[in-house]
Design a protein around this ligand. Structure first.
Ligand code: BJW
Length: 229
């Protein structure tokens, strides 16, 4: 019986809700250059382009057409029923885990619904898409908010808490992530190192496939509910 579980989720868990992944066919990186929209240098060069990229995704998420799927719901049910320690670490910036009811959740790559003051790092919930009017209330003069997301070369969020959970977990499950982006891609190594059972759920064998002890190949919405129930 497992008592301490860490679950890592990636874009694949939200794919069946209608959100595009990054590296699959038709993924976001087919249409956008990573260095333009997902680096601090790209933002410095052309903030409007980057805001446009995130505003398109913000609008889709708030269009009323996007809902959590059976995989998000199953993880939320697990959280409610499980009496041991559980942490869902998501690389996703959407809020589908929250909408499904998950609370023991950490957004390591940030959140689409928030902007951040570049000076104080304080975050603000965005009720509208980005624009020059989105400024902070913590500084004088007010600073233009930047997307609260983690770009390449920036430090992911909550790493101390994540490492602590990985050091003590006895079950690590990665769902719908290609295992190409670090440090998340290395979490399986930490979990293995600490003696946890490591399980991968993916449509395809992912990059770090061979590091997992158990592979469940298929759609997250079909594989996750029976796995956690
Ligand atoms: C399904 C499915 C279904 C589909 N059911 N499955 C050289 C070596 C090692 C590391 C580096 C290196 N050079 C640079 C680095 C570090 C770099 C990195 O990893 N680069 C690699 C590309 C090599 N990492 C960083 O820079 C990170 N920071 C860092 O390392 O800090 C340390 C540091 C900082 C400063 C100084 C010194 C050290 C930051 C990474 C930030 C990532 N940001 C992004 C964009 C922002 C958020 C956003 O816009 O949404 O985050 S990139 C993008 O990739 C996004 C994602 O969260 C992330 C991961 O993608 P994910 O979720 O895995 O999606 P996909 O599309 O790749 O995969 C989807 C999967 O789902 C596929 O496998 C499908 O098969 C599957 N799937 N449908 C089940 N229905």
């Amino acid at each position: 019986m497992h008592r301490r579980i860490v679950i890592l989720t990636g874009a694949g868990i939200s794919a069946e809700s209608g959100l595009r992944t990054f590296r699959d066919q038709d993924g976001l990186w087919e249409e956008h250059h990573i260095e333009d929209v997902a680096t601090p240098e790209g933002y410095e060069r052309d903030p409007e382009l980057v805001e446009h990229f995130y505003n398109g995704r913000w609008q889709q998420l708030h269009s009323g057409n996007i809902e959590p799927n059976a995989a998000h719901t199953a993880l939320s049910r697990l959280e409610q029923e499980f009496e041991g320690e559980l942490l869902i670490v998501t690389q996703n910036i959407d809020d589908l885990h929250e909408r499904a009811g998950s609370r023991r959740l950490l957004h390591m790559h940030g959140e689409l619904s928030k902007g951040r003051c570049p000076r104080s790092r304080q975050t603000f919930t965005l009720h509208d898409p980005f624009g020059p009017e989105n400024t902070c209330t913590c500084c004088i003069p007010a600073q233009r908010l930047r997307p609260h997301v983690v770009w390449f070369g920036e430090m992911p969020l909550g790493m101390d808490r994540i490492h602590d959970a990985l050091d003590h977990c006895d079950l690590f499950i990665a769902i719908g992530t290609s295992g190409t982006v670090y440090p998340a891609a290395g979490f399986v190594d930490s979990a293995n190192h600490h003696g946890a059972l490591t399980v991968e759920v993916n449509l395809m064998p992912a990059d770090r496939h061979s590091q997992f002890q158990i592979h469940l190949q298929g759609k997250a919405s079909e594989m996750v509910p029976p796995l956690v129930e």
